[in-house]
Ligand binder design. Structure first.
Ligand SMILES: NC(=O)c1ccc[n+]([C@@H]2O[C@H](COP(=O)([O-])OP(=O)(O)OC[C@H]3O[C@@H](n4cnc5c(N)ncnc54)[C@H](OP(=O)(O)O)[C@@H]3O)[C@@H](O)[C@H]2O)c1
Length: 376
């Protein structure tokens, strides 16, 4: 009798495991499935058209389209912006590829739920909705909006859009939104940076890193920047007190101790960072290696959450969030000349696939900018 019960339990457990395995396998299949590229939809007859970069399916930069789409009409609380410059970020190629697959839970299963790409923009206000009072046609603005890789976009006037300082070009302003917001929030909010602290920026010469060096200096920190040999001078020129060439030296074997590490690269084991942290030091996990097709940096973040429980130092997971308040902080830092954008390469809108392919190589110095409606 007892043996019968045991064997029944084993059978139920076996069936349960099989069902779970089938569910996980189906979920993985759905998550990694790539639909064929859909043909562009014809815009309604009589609409005024603009050019936009589109991604009709997930894939490499080769799937990007350069399509005619309708110019959007601003709602009562929106502004219509004629885009002059767009800067690209790693998040653009993550969304283009739909990788790591976990991003598809928000970007769409099988194919992107939105065909449009790009976030950071700068441009001129063309028209405003009837409820908009603080922005006028002709104003020069910058900000963030999904689908920015186009000749025009609409954005809510109270969201991520702000007047561009007059002493800053469109390309410099467009370079700021995602990368500088990330640097600011990583240092100030996740890192709780205080004047006099010793900060290390791993990946100091990229989009986030070039802003992080400058913003950390503006907060009164002693800054060490890590980059390859060819970028050491750039990082120093941005204000770094010390630079480390990662091709010659491993900063995790250094004798210095840092209070805060902004990690844009994620290329060392967690225990190695701990070796060079002060007793209550913090690592802000901004970026990670490209490997990990399913979960990407989430696996490392999960490991860090467990690790943090057993050590006095903090490994802080981090996701930046665009908002107008921080855009104002960045606008003032740009206007006063405390922060400047480093522009690596300029492209035209139809050259966006080449720009994204270049960014994906991971060797960008500062930011790459797409000049819209003009020659770079
Ligand atoms: N968590 C968030 O909210 C958030 C927001 C924005 C970005 N991110 C992530 O943060 C990371 C950085 O973004 P990004 O815009 O700065 O990217 P990026 O501009 O493409 O970064 C390129 C830079 O990384 C440097 N680099 C590459 N390998 C390095 C190494 N081993 N050590 C030091 N530097 C190295 C390169 O310098 P060299 O040519 O000198 O090697 C290059 O200048 C990405 O993984 C991105 O996805 C996360």
């Amino acid at each position: 009798m007892r043996e019968d019960r045991m064997s029944l339990r084993m059978k139920i457990l076996g069936v349960g495991c099989a069902v779970l395995a089938a569910a996980v396998a189906s979920f993985m299949l759905v998550l990694s499935y790539d639909s064929a590229c859909a043909a562009p939809a014809s815009p309604p007859v009589g609409t005024t058209l603009m050019k936009a970069i589109t991604h009709p399916c997930y894939g490499s930069h080769e799937i990007l389209g350069f399509e005619d789409v309708a110019i959007p009409t601003p709602a009562d609380d929106e502004v219509l912006v004629r885009v002059r410059a767009v800067s690209i970020n790693p998040l653009d190629w993550h969304y283009m590829q739909g990788t790591p697959y976990v991003v598809r839970l928000s970007s769409g299963l099988g194919a992107p739920s939105s065909r449009r790409l790009g976030v950071d923009f700068a441009g001129t206000v063309e028209a405003v909705g009837s409820n908009v009072v603080d922005v006028r046609p002709g104003d020069e603005v910058f900000g963030g909006r999904n689908g920015a890789l186009a000749e025009y976009l609409t954005v809510r006037a109270d969201r991520v859009v702000e007047l561009k300082p007059a002493n800053v070009t469109f390309e410099e302003a467009a370079a700021v939104t995602v990368a500088a917001t990330t640097a600011l929030q990583a240092l100030r909010d996740a890192g709780n940076l205080k004047a006099g602290q010793r900060v290390l920026i791993n990946g100091a010469s990229g989009g986030v890193g070039t802003f992080a060096v400058q913003i950390a200096k503006a907060h009164g920190a002693h800054v060490t920047g890590v980059s390859s040999t060819r970028n050491l001078e750039l990082v120093r020129s941005l204000g770094a007190d010390r630079v480390i060439d990662y091709t010659a030296e491993d900063f995790t074997a250094d004798s210095e101790r840092w209070d805060l590490i902004i990690d844009n690269v994620g290329n060392h084991p967690l225990r190695a960072y701990r070796r060079v942290l002060s007793p209550e030091g913090v690592v802000v996990m901004v970026g990670g290696p490209k490997d990990g097709l399913w979960l990407g940096p989430l696996t490392r973040v999960a490991r860090a959450a467990v690790y943090s429980r057993f050590v006095p130092q903090t490994f802080a997971p981090f996701l930046s969030e665009l908002n107008r308040e921080d855009l104002i902080v960045l606008r003032d830092l740009m206007a006063s000349g405390v922060v400047r954008s480093v522009i690596d390469r300029r492209f035209t809108l139809p050259e966006t696939p080449a720009a994204i392919e270049y960014l994906e190589r991971g060797r960008t110095r500062g930011k790459n900018v797409i000049m819209v409606g003009t020659n770079p």
